[in-house]
Design a binder for this molecule. Structure first.
Ligand code: AHR
Length: 326
């Protein structure tokens, strides 16, 4: 009897849906994307110009015309949102998961779930720290410690043995970009007794927070010579704060920045930023070529560091600005 009722309902429901036009939209599944390679991409957020350029690069590489269906999730800089997104990707049965992680720690459980579901995970940009590195297939991104060391080398060569009072604006705490750049500066501080760290705080890689922090230290009357800012957007905020206080960036305060996006390089050219260490966000084609390899049964190196450069008034040129893709 129960079976008969169920059978009747099964027959009636589609007819009712047709008559009322109220059929619920089916949840997207990998099966509904038959002809496409389905990629779930969990992105950190939209905190910086770098991040937006990175998102665009991924969206362009994983386009339908390239044979992909990209399921994109913006985690608004929250790891718990990334964990939920990954669980949704697993539930949807995607072919590949790409993760740009907010922070390094805290991924073991959810990546073990992806592994049990047989879904390869590619980590991009920042790194993760897991007990078992078979939880991800490979990683591609920047040498963040190398970037920090690069900045310190420039300070060493250009500011010499001068006593320096350094303001340090950190990125979001626990991210590889923050950890690596901060470690680079810490090494410099330990070998330069004449360098003094007068302030250190996280500006979460955002322009608004960068401005807020520098406004607050200026209001407190703190004196400083250098701002070591872990990304360009915090630098833009810091520059606005300095200008609003009647100071001249690049003259009254030496500014070191990271990312080297086009606008920041214009500021290098104008002398407002003294040194900008590149962090390249154009990972879309790189990750796409990793997926191509995996699909063809080939392997990809576990870790791949992208080539990056750095700029000051000596090597920044108009043609470099014009060619800049971000
Ligand atoms: O992980 C890369 C960093 O994250 C970039 O330096 C920063 O701008 C971004 O938000």
């Amino acid at each position: 009897m129960k079976h008969n009722i169920v059978r009747c309902l099964c027959l009636l429901l589609p007819v009712l849906w047709l008559l009322t036009g109220c059929a619920p939209a089916p949840a997207p599944t990998a099966e509904s994307y038959d002809d496409f390679v389905v990629v779930g991409f969990s992105q950190v957020g939209a905190e910086s110009d770098w991040r937006n350029a990175n998102t665009l690069s991924m969206q362009q590489a994983f386009s339908e015309s390239n044979g992909y269906r990209l399921i994109f999730d913006d985690a608004q800089q929250k790891q718990e949102k990334q964990i939920t997104a990954i669980r949704n990707f697993i539930h949807q049965g995607v072919d590949y998961i790409v993760l740009a992680p907010t922070t390094e720690k805290g991924w073991d459980t959810v990546l073990a779930e992806a592994k049990s579901a047989g879904i390869p995970v590619i980590i991009v940009d920042r790194m993760i720290e897991v007990e078992d590195d078979s939880l991800y297939t490979c990683w591609i991104g920047s040498d963040f410690l190398g970037e920090g060391r690069n900045a310190v080398r420039w300070m060493d060569q250009h500011l010499g043995d001068e006593p320096l009072r350094i303001v340090h604006l950190q990125g979001n705490l626990g991210s590889s970009a923050q950890l690596g750049r901060t470690a680079g500066l810490n090494e410099g501080l330990s070998t330069h007794p004449e360098w003094q760290l007068v302030y250190r705080e996280s500006g979460d890689f955002t322009q608004a927070k960068g401005q807020e922090l520098v406004e607050a230290i200026l209001a407190d009357g703190l004196d400083f010579d250098v701002i070591f800012s872990e990304n360009d957007n915090m630098t833009y905020g810091a520059i606005d704060a300095l200008k609003n206080a009647g100071l001249t960036p690049g003259k009254d305060v030496t500014i070191i920045s990271f990312d080297a996006s086009r606008h920041a390089l214009e500021l290098v050219m104008q002398g407002q930023i003294s040194y900008d260490v590149e962090c390249n966000p154009l990972h879309g084609p790189r990750v796409e070529s990793i997926i191509q390899k995996l699909r063809n049964g080939l392997s990809s190196p576990k870790l791949t560091y992208v080539q990056e450069s750095a700029f000051d008034a000596e090597n920044v040129t108009q043609s470099l600005l014009e060619e800049r893709g971000y």
